[in-house]
Design a protein around this ligand. Structure first.
Ligand code: E4P
Length: 218
């Protein structure tokens, strides 16, 4: 399973990259706004900065919602760096654009996915990645990981090559449950990645080892 970090914060990206387990980055317009990046030139520069930190797929989201606009923006984003994946919303114009990008060699991440039906449409259009938002589904009292299981099952029935990228991860258990469900990728906040390290028995055991070593070696 690939690990992406879901942030536009360069310090967080560097911290996760330093662990040596990072395969890519996802961003969205809210995450870019959160770190104060605005204006077309600054946004594009920020994507290039991210590409220079992580050698892996970097999702850059379009703002347009009409076919022509999505194509224009997506072409510009894809031209920034070979690792850019154009993130396109799951709407009618988005699916048409994903088909166009697929036919023209531009990789895509279909975002804002909340149902298996939407996942089928994105796979049919040739999306490289599919982003079901599991945390937002949980927030509305449904089971987000169950949707990942359903989509993984459907994709394997037909050999669809679209990679299931579990998004809107809220905690370390989401990551573990997505791995059990067969997600190809998880994109997580830094806090959820760091949460995977935690186990009290590891801390207790390490303290004991170090104390015993000190006792024996002075
Ligand atoms: C990922 O591609 C999405 O941008 C992100 O995971 C959404 O997460 P949120 O529901 O925590 O905003």
């Amino acid at each position: 399973m690939k690990f992406f970090i879901d942030t536009a914060d360069l310090n967080e990206i560097k911290e996760a990259a330093a662990l040596g387990i990072l395969d890519g980055v996802t961003t969205n317009p809210s995450l870019m706004a959160k770190v104060g990046i605005s204006g077309e030139a600054n946004i594009k520069k920020h994507y290039v900065d991210i590409c220079n930190i992580v050698d892996g797929d970097i999702s850059a989201e379009v703002i347009s919602t009409d076919f022509e606009g999505i194509i224009k923006e997506g072409k510009e984003l894809a031209a920034l760096h070979e690792n850019i994946v154009v993130k396109v919303p799951m709407i009618k114009e988005g699916i048409k654009a994903i088909r166009w990008f697929t036919d023209n060699g531009i990789r895509t991440n279909c975002t804002l996915v909340f149902s298996a039906g939407q996942a089928i449409l994105a796979a049919k259009a040739g999306a490289s990645y599919l982003s079901p938002f599991i945390g937002r589904i949980d927030d509305s009292n449904w089971d987000g990981v169950q949707l990942i299981e359903q989509i993984v099952h459907i994709y394997s029935n037909y050999g669809y090559e679209t990679e299931v990228l579990a998004a809107s991860i809220r905690n370390p258990m989401h990551i573990v449950r997505c791995a059990e469900a067969g997600a190809d990728v998880v994109t997580c906040p830094l806090s959820s990645i760091m949460g995977l390290f935690k186990h009290p028995l590891t801390d207790i055991g390490l303290a004991q080892f170090l104390a015993d070593h000190k006792k024996a070696n002075g």
